[in-house]
Ligand binder design. Structure first.
Ligand code: FCB
Length: 446
């Protein structure tokens, strides 16, 4: 039984999901459409034409899912609130049935002894806001703050900590630059105002939440960037990529400034999006914890085409997950130490808000997932031993779910879901994680 992690008292064990990936019930009880409903209806964009219309039917089956969480002994559960379920047009008229769903969910979690950790935005922008430009429109930041106020008015009495945004890097790049995610725009670097407006929305919402005595986190998908060689060209490419993937989303929040984006050809004011005072709005509220979603490092080489200032290359010596992502656990330790070295005193405590891997459905038991999780927890414990303040670990994911452009093909769950019958079957990794949590509790005398 694994009980070897030396972690701080009060370390929280959790699991994570997101609304569009699990809830289903997309047209029920007054929910409005989100960009993901619209995107999934476009032919050819999602593998095999899958959609999140039913997903894990969690909207109806949440009591069963909470029982699974309770069986794991989770301290915390990270889920996201669907903006268009509570505000069908993104702003204006409130949908009481939508708020009531999250009310029931929160109460049922608390009843099970599990602390809810909601994310306010996990990529499912109300379509009505997208029709006005989505995150390319500055006004969306203000609508996000209004939505944050509404949801925390209702749940803030029972939910102490909140994540504003999930992975603004991925949403900006896949959603607005490359078009492989909703809303499917292909603006390349001209997409970056969407990044600034998300960060502005984060800052505006963070102030409101802090005024209410709530804790605020932001979940960034960060990756240690390694140059493919020592050559100056590869190193310059790696720096350019690091600025885009990591620093663009962390420097403004922790340091109050943007990194130098000139290697990307992006002007300092991000095409006029950055107004006077914006960086204060983003930086001043501060973060109670930085949410870190970690999957893999990124190897970068000098560009081979004039379109981009870098090339992303494979890490062929590493094993790969079913998704084709390289498995390099010690990259997590390196990333954590790098964050400390880069941000120093400006680095708040860290919570790992996602980490996990996709395993092929026929791999039973799912030993590769157990190995992945164990190795990453070793890497986390190593960083703790080196002095990093890490407060919790939320594995991705509780359940197999709708994996965006990959549809139901990538299975990240501790629990297998048969999408034809909605039957949930805990995997070997579920029992492993349950035993790990119990052993850690016993070790800490909780
Ligand atoms: C992250 C997303 C999450 C899930 C995992 C596999 O980038 O935040 O929703 O898709 O990847």
């Amino acid at each position: 039984m694994p009980d070897r992690y030396d972690l701080p008292a009060g370390f929280r064990w959790g699991a994570a999901t997101a609304a569009y990936q699990i809830e289903g019930a997309v047209a029920e009880d007054g929910r409005g459409p989100s960009v993901w409903d619209t995107f999934c209806a476009r032919p050819g964009v999602i593998r095999d034409g899958h959609t999140g219309a039913v997903a894990c039917d969690h909207y109806h089956r949440y009591p069963e899912d909470i029982a699974l969480m309770k069986g794991l002994g989770l301290d915390g559960y990270r889920f996201s609130v669907s903006w268009s379920r509570v505000l069908p047009a993104g702003a204006g008229a409130v949908n009481p049935a939508g708020l009531a769903f999250y009310d029931r969910l929160v109460d049922a979690l608390l009843e099970a002894g599990i602390t809810p950790l909601p994310t306010l935005f996990h990529w499912d922008l109300p379509q009505a806001l997208e029709d006005h430009g989505g995150w390319l429109d500055r006004d969306t930041a203000y609508r996000f703050a209004d939505y944050a106020a509404l949801v925390t008015d209702r749940l803030g009495d029972r939910v102490p900590a909140w994540i504003t945004l999930n992975e603004p890097f991925v949403h900006t790049v896949f959603g607005y630059a490359l078009g492989t995610h909703a809303p499917g725009r292909t603006l390349m670097f001209q997409a970056l105002p969407a990044a600034h407006h998300q960060l502005l929305g984060h800052g505006l919402a963070a102030s409101i939440l802090h005024d209410r005595g709530l804790e605020v986190m932001l979940s960034n998908n960060l990756t240690p960037v390694e140059p493919a060689s020592d050559s100056a060209a590869d190193q310059a490419a790696a720096e350019a990529y690091d600025a885009l993937h990591n620093r663009l989303f962390t420097d403004p929040v922790l340091l109050g400034r943007y990194p130098d984006l000139s290697a990307l050809g992006v002007p300092d004011d991000i095409y006029g999006a950055v107004h006077d005072g914006d960086l204060d709005l983003i930086h001043t509220p501060g973060l109670d914890a930085l949410g870190l979603n970690f999957y893999n490092p990124t190897r970068v080489a000098a560009p081979t085409t004039p379109d981009l200032p870098f090339d992303l290359v494979d890490i062929p010596e590493a094993p790969h997950t079913a998704f084709g992502w390289p498995v390099v656990p010690d990259a997590l330790t390196r990333l954590l130490l790098h964050l400390r070295d880069t941000y120093g005193k400006a680095l708040p405590p860290i919570t790992i808000t996602e980490n996990g891997c996709s395993v092929a459905e026929e791999t039973v038991p799912d030993q590769p997932r157990i190995d992945y999780l164990a190795a990453h927890l070793d890497a986390l414990a190593q960083a703790v031993a080196e002095g990093l303040d890490i407060r919790g670990y939320y594995t991705w994911s509780l359940l197999d779910n709708f994996e965006w452009a990959e549809g139901y093909h990538q299975r990240f769950g501790l629990v297998h879901v048969d999408f034809a019958t909605q039957k949930r079957t805990p995997r070997a990794s579920y029992a492993w994680y349950r035993d790990l949590i119990a052993a850690q509790r016993a070790r800490q005398g909780r």
